[in-house]
Design a protein around this ligand. Structure first.
Ligand SMILES: [Zn+2]
Length: 483
């Protein structure tokens, strides 16, 4: 037997358990290759299962392939990081050991004792080691379970604290020691929450919504005025979607009814967390701000801004120090008039609705996949935080790097999501031509959301010398690209 070649199947697995090392697979493989070389073996094949937890018993195609190779007599050994990478559940391990024992395939283990499957003693040890793994895994899951209960308890309706807007609070008893029995929907307030959510989702700013609430005399649950912070807190909360939260993270379904759907909640949260202002939201009085570029500076993404020039309001390319050329000027009223004509034309064009509907369909798919990606990354962050707090010391730097990577990706995805949202400017009772008809009366947010549906940018060319009037040929309205 000594002369027989040692043919090793290397098995590595990434798990999404809290103790996981998603990052560690490359390192696992590196160690395992060294281990195989040190034992004088040769690697027959590497098997890597990605992002699955054996404890939950999910399908592991590479593990299956490995076991087939074992049965087919292609391997003399398996090399793995820990036996827990191979098996977690008792039933799975029992069957696995049986197959290895029959095929006389032993296991080289990087962290822990090797399993010699050629002797009765070795097979017995394999069972014991595995039993220990299972115990460890179960202890871990008990700990997580306890944590969940603790979190959920913390998220239950606490006595005291202000009544959440949108809900009627039912008490038992009187005075300061009264107990909260439950929260019921307050239909009037819930409708207001729904409206605010819809407005945010179609791109209206928190500022204008707060202005509208306070203007209509709608009071907060404590009878005060609405603030942007308060409104954001409410719209961002899982509570309005019937979700329980702990430290502003959703921990599960709640005992109270929902006002918005979970889908809407996810979109609201991603949007409100994105910190990406929609185009042109910084200077709010002129709706073309953010769309305006001079033809010389558009490639550098430098926007024209509103200022006065010979006592008239103009869009002006910023000074050289700020990346612009400072040489391009055009009258605000002139461009706005032209763009209005364009927009009314598009809104009245019967093909527009079809074009938007088609785009919405594509963007729906993109929105869904962005939301999915965001959700996965948020979960990944929680996992990584756990690795940081009670993981291996030597895993910490990689976890920190991974956290940074995941955060960057989240930021990007949230930004993309907020760019996709404006399409929902459509879901309203008004038809496009109706919106066109009262263009002048539309709120600036509404104008900008509609603009974003049709217009990519407005590019201003150089003026002709000596022409004493507004020259519409200087204005190039660039439509939104078709996807
Ligand atoms: Zn310029």
């Amino acid at each position: 037997m000594e002369t027989a070649a040692i043919r090793v199947g290397v098995y590595a697995r990434i798990s999404d358990d809290p103790e996981n090392d998603e990052l560690g697979v490359q390192r696992q493989l590196k160690h395992l290759r060294e281990l195989v070389t040190a034992r004088g073996g040769a690697i027959a094949r590497e098997y890597v299962d990605n992002d699955v937890s054996a404890f939950k018993g999910r399908h592991r195609p590479q593990y299956e392939a490995l076991m087939q190779a074992v049965t087919a007599g292609e391997l003399t050994h398996i090399a793995t990081w820990q036996t827990s990478r191979l098996w977690r559940r008792r039933s799975e391990r029992g069957a696995g050991i049986e197959r290895l024992a029959t095929a006389r395939v032993s296991v080289l283990v990087a962290r822990g004792p090797d399993l010699d499957m050629t002797t009765a003693y070795g097979r017995g040890m394999a069972g014991l080691v595995g039993e220990f793994d299972t115990m460890e895994s179960e202890v871990k899951s008990e700990r997580i379970q306890a944590k969940v209960v603790e979190l959920a308890d913390a998220g239950r309706i606490a006595n005291g604290g202000p009544r959440p807007f949108g809900f009627r609070r039912i008490y038992f008893g009187e005075g300061p020691r009264r107990k909260i029995v439950r929260d019921e929907l307050d239909e009037v307030e819930a409708e207001i929450v729904r409206q605010c959510a819809a407005k945010v989702l179609r791109g209206e700013s928190l500022r204008s919504i707060v202005g509208d609430l306070n203007g209509r005399g709608v009071k907060t649950s404590t009878g005060g005025l609405w603030t942007m912070q308060g409104l954001k807190f409410m719209l961002r909360s899982g509570r309005i979607a019937g979700l329980r939260e702990h430290r502003r993270k959703v921990v599960g379904p709640a005992v109270w009814p929902a006002i918005v759907t979970v889908d809407e909640h996810e979109q609201l949260r991603a949007l409100l967390d994105s910190n990406v202002r929609p185009v042109g939201s910084r200077v709010r009085c002129h709706y073309l701000t953010g769309f305006m570029f001079c033809s010389d500076c558009v490639a550098r993404n430098v926007r024209m801004r509103v200022g006065t020039h010979h006592d008239k309001l103009k869009y002006i390319c910023p000074p050289k120090a700020e990346g612009g050329c400072n040489g391009r000027v055009i009258g605000v009223a002139d461009v706005e008039g032209l763009v209005k004509k364009y927009m009314v034309g598009r809104l009245n064009d019967p093909r527009s609705l079809r074009m938007l509907a088609e785009r919405e369909a594509t963007e729906d798919v993109e929105t869904r996949s962005l939301l999915d990606a965001i959700e996965v990354d948020e979960r990944r962050l929680v996992t990584l935080q756990a690795t940081l707090t009670d993981g291996d010391e030597d895993e910490a730097p990689e976890a920190v790097a991974a956290v940074r990577r995941v955060r960057a990706r989240l930021k990007g995805n949230r930004a993309s999501l907020s760019r996709l949202r404006p399409i929902s400017a459509l879901d309203d009772d008004e038809s496009l031509p109706e919106l066109g008809a009262r263009w002048d009366d539309l709120h600036i947010d509404r104008k900008q959301s509609l603009m974003r549906l049709f217009v990519q940018q407005v590019v201003i060319g150089p003026g002709r010398r000596g022409l004493g009037r507004f020259d519409p040929d200087r204005v190039d309205i660039v439509p939104v690209r078709r996807r």
